[in-house]
Design a protein around this ligand. Structure first.
Ligand code: ADA
Length: 587
């Protein structure tokens, strides 16, 4: 096993990226997993990791189970941590033929910790199952409006851990003026009652500490030397290296504060208007896998559009994407997986438990990204039903107990929402003039602004006027290249006229704290007859199509957003004044 240059932060730890070509076997659409014989399995194909088999031509659209296999080398009898950045929909992980864990949280970054056993060469097998099964994978249902892919969506790493290892060091800004932060160091394995360790910032001199360990955590406060705060205009990043006798990690973080006050979102004490898009991790050829080049391309477009804000829908985001947002100064809403869940889901213990677990994990995994300013969950859940209260309040308190330093919200589509009092930000998904009130009116664009105004007046009357209000979704479909002199639904003209109204309204109205238009790029969705609502079986409301070709609305939105947020021009095409290697993060 080698210590790869790509991950310079774990200098004392043997680790390896397992990305690359793996052996592959599709087990069929209805395999008997109980009778799985891994020992005599014939692998008759290969697949890339990260990669999804059901986006490839040979296995396109298949639902069933598949095996991914590769050989790995470790020192005998070592402690192993397998880090998987995200997969779907369900996985069983086998080490030398024995199960070492299962993964039931699609899109979540997970870690499995287990002993390597005897010998130095091992077989690692990941069984992927992309069939819908509410009992096993309660978080993904077939009716969700985005395609549920099968495969390993993100990078896989193998670490050989010392007996006591540092799993995370989470930095929270306490004061931007003095650079005071609190550092929460999390340990796993054989944890001592007192820990001797060193802390160094930005590769500078280390300070020594000897502190008590409580429940696997050490908490200290310290000042970042020569501290520079992080903001969209100056996305300055620091690194912190924590080392013990046996282990060392380096995490990258930013010093900045986020608050909600008098209807505004404040960043470092200053109001910031959030102008941007919802973005799916989706590509017609790679599915949910996000090649670095694609991420750069998307972020360049978003910057050019004058955006400073991205709502990452509808699941925990790729860590590399968040790294780039840190570097480019984008502000991000990250949310856990959910889509129009129904009261029957809320009545299911397994669903509620998985919601809480994945949301906690998302906050922990993305904690050090300064770009993330808002945590969200349960897109368009049943928030108008009293019995949903327990899960909504449970998720809010889970987020707040993990991270009181950011804002929490959820995207509601219920104007009679019962829980808007609980989150920090009121967020509404609303499609006036698309899913129109008067279905007989041609081009019902005049319905848009009155709908927004009514909602703002309603929340004001409800006493919620002091909470920032975000239009978390709004949009209209357009088929790329489809032009029509009547400028009707599905034409690029209708979408451009629609987004012109919406983007200018949000950019110019002080009562709107932010907007994330639905959506950045077209994305694959239903293969069932739900697709009758979605021409081409694609959600066509992208301002760009699925191959990132701008539609007419592109220039319209760009004009409105740039007028609303002229400071966004600062970094067009660049990564900000301070360039950092994206690989210096801890995760
Ligand atoms: C909802 C949902 C999106 C998408 C959108 C649409 O608001 O949150 O995921 O389905 O509607 O296109 O209608």
């Amino acid at each position: 096993m080698s210590t790869r240059q790509a991950y310079p932060h774990y200098s004392k730890r043997l680790h390896e990226s397992l990305d690359g070509l793996w052996d592959f076997r599709f087990l069929g659409e209805n395999p008997d997993l109980g009778a799985l014989d891994l020992k005599n399995m014939v692998y008759d194909d290969f697949m890339p990791v990260p990669g999804v088999f059901d986006a490839t031509p040979k296995y396109a659209g298949k639902r069933g189970a598949a095996l991914y296999r590769r050989k790995v080398r470790t020192e005998p009898f070592s402690r192993i941590k397998l880090k998987i950045g995200g997969l779907g929909l369900w996985a069983g992980v086998f080490w030398d033929g024995k199960s070492v864990g299962t993964i039931d949280l699609p899109y979540s970054g997970v870690e499995l910790d287990f002993p390597s056993g005897d010998g130095s060469e091992h077989e690692l097998v990941i069984l992927i199952d992309n069939r819908f099964d509410f009992k096993r994978t309660p978080l993904f249902s077939q009716y969700y409006d985005f395609y549920a892919y099968g495969g390993i969506y993100r990078s896989v790493e193998l670490h050989q851990l010392p007996e006591c290892s540092i799993s995370r060091a989470r930095a929270t800004t306490l004061d931007i003026g003095t650079g005071l932060i609190s550092l929460n160091i999390e340990l796993t394995g054989q944890v001592p009652s007192k820990l001797a360790f060193k802390v160094a910032f930005d590769g500078g001199p280390a300070e020594e500490f000897h502190e008590p360990v409580n429940g696997g955590h050490v908490q200290i406060k310290l000042k970042v030397p020569d501290c520079k705060s992080w903001s969209p205009a100056r996305p300055f990043l620091h690194t912190v290296t924590v080392s013990t006798e046996d282990d060392e990690i380096t995490e990258r973080f930013g010093v900045r504060t986020v608050k909600a006050e008098k209807g505004k979102v404040l960043l470092n004490g200053e109001p910031v208007k959030l102008l941007g898009y919802c973005r799916h991790e989706s590509h017609p050829e790679f599915g949910p896998v996000q090649p670095l080049g694609l991420l750069i391309e998307d972020l360049q477009y978003l910057r050019d559009l004058g955006c400073n804000f991205i709502r990452g829908v509808h699941y925990p985001q790729n860590q590399v994407f968040l790294d780039l947002c840190d570097q480019m100064g984008f502000l991000v809403w990250e949310e856990s997986l959910g889509w129009g869940n129904i009261p029957q889901h809320f009545a299911d213990k397994g669903f509620c438990e998985a919601q809480l677990r994945q949301t906690r994990l998302m906050v922990r995994n993305s904690f050090n990204h300064p770009c993330v300013i808002i945590w969200g969950f349960l897109n368009e859940g049943p928030s108008d039903i009293a019995s949903s209260r327990e899960l909504y309040s449970g998720l809010i308190s889970t987020v707040r107990s993990e991270d009181p330093s950011r804002l929490v919200t959820y995207a509601s589509n219920r104007e009679n929402d019962l829980f808007f009092e609980m989150p920090d930000v009121v967020s509404l998904n609303i499609y006036p003039g698309w899913y129109a009130i008067d279905r007989e009116k041609p081009r019902p664009l005049d319905e848009i602004i009155p709908c927004f105004e009514k909602f703002i007046a309603d929340i004001g009357r409800r006493g919620l006027g002091d909470k920032p209000f975000i239009i978390s979704e709004v949009g209209a479909g357009a088929i790329y290249g489809w032009h029509d002199r009547f400028r009707v639904h599905w034409s690029e003209e209708y979408q451009a006229d629609y987004l012109d109204i919406v983007a200018n309204y949000a950019a110019g109205n002080p009562k709107v704290a932010g907007i994330s238009l639905w959506h950045f790029a077209d994305a694959r969705t239903y293969t069932s007859s739900y697709a009758l609502l979605r021409p081409r079986a694609i959600n066509d409301k992208g301002t760009l199509d699925e191959f990132r070709r701008p539609k007419m609305a592109y220039e319209v939105v760009k004009r409105a957003f740039r007028r609303g947020n002229p400071s966004n021009d600062i970094h067009i095409g660049g990564v900000g004044p301070v360039g950092f290697e994206p690989t210096t993060r801890g995760l």
